[in-house]
Design a protein around this ligand. Structure first.
Ligand SMILES: [Ca+2]
Ligand SMILES: [Ca+2]
Ligand SMILES: [Ca+2]
Length: 152
């Protein structure tokens, strides 16, 4: 996730123009590679949490929905809607702030063998299950609880 979001966002736009996530496994692999900067083939839970630090614009140690979505909006306005849905994916307790417990749960959700490392296979398995929810970005946004089609 990581620079994962920003870089993956570039992948979404650059490769597919519109928000086309298929084939899911290739999109997920691209996200993994983009977020494994030292290319050692694993994303640790520590790396995962650290990758979100850049969104903490006010430096209070948490990443709020507003901070996250506005960051994405500034980089890729067309992905504003998606940024809300991804935030929902990360915010396990639904309090609109991302803290260590959220990242721990996210990592655990992807780390199926529990070794605190997320491998490409684990990462891809996770996102292949998640992506179908976002397939209709921009077309069926009214079905989701958060987000608008335009930045604000
Ligand atoms: Ca913050
Ligand atoms: Ca939370
Ligand atoms: Ca693992």
């Amino acid at each position: 996730m990581i620079s994962l979001i920003i870089l993956s966002v570039a992948i979404f736009e650059g490769t597919y123009g519109a928000l086309q996530l298929q084939p899911y496994n290739e999109t997920a692999l691209g996200m993994f590679i983009a977020n494994d900067p030292n290319a050692d083939g694993v994303i640790t839970c520590v790396e995962l949490e650290a990758s979100f630090d850049k969104y903490d614009m006010n430096g209070d140690g948490t990443e709020s929905r507003h901070e996250y979505t506005e960051y994405i909006c500034a980089v890729s306005p067309s992905l504003y809607q998606l940024s809300h849905w991804l935030f929902d994916e990360y915010d396990f307790d639904g309090d609109h702030h991302l803290v260590k417990t959220d990242y721990d749960q996210l990592c655990a959700a992807m780390d199926t063998n529990g070794d605190s490392n997320v491998t490409p296979d684990e990462f891809i398995d996770y996102w292949v299950k998640v992506f179908p929810k976002y397939e209709s970005v921009g077309q069926h946004g009214q079905h989701f609880a958060h987000g608008n089609s335009a930045c604000h």
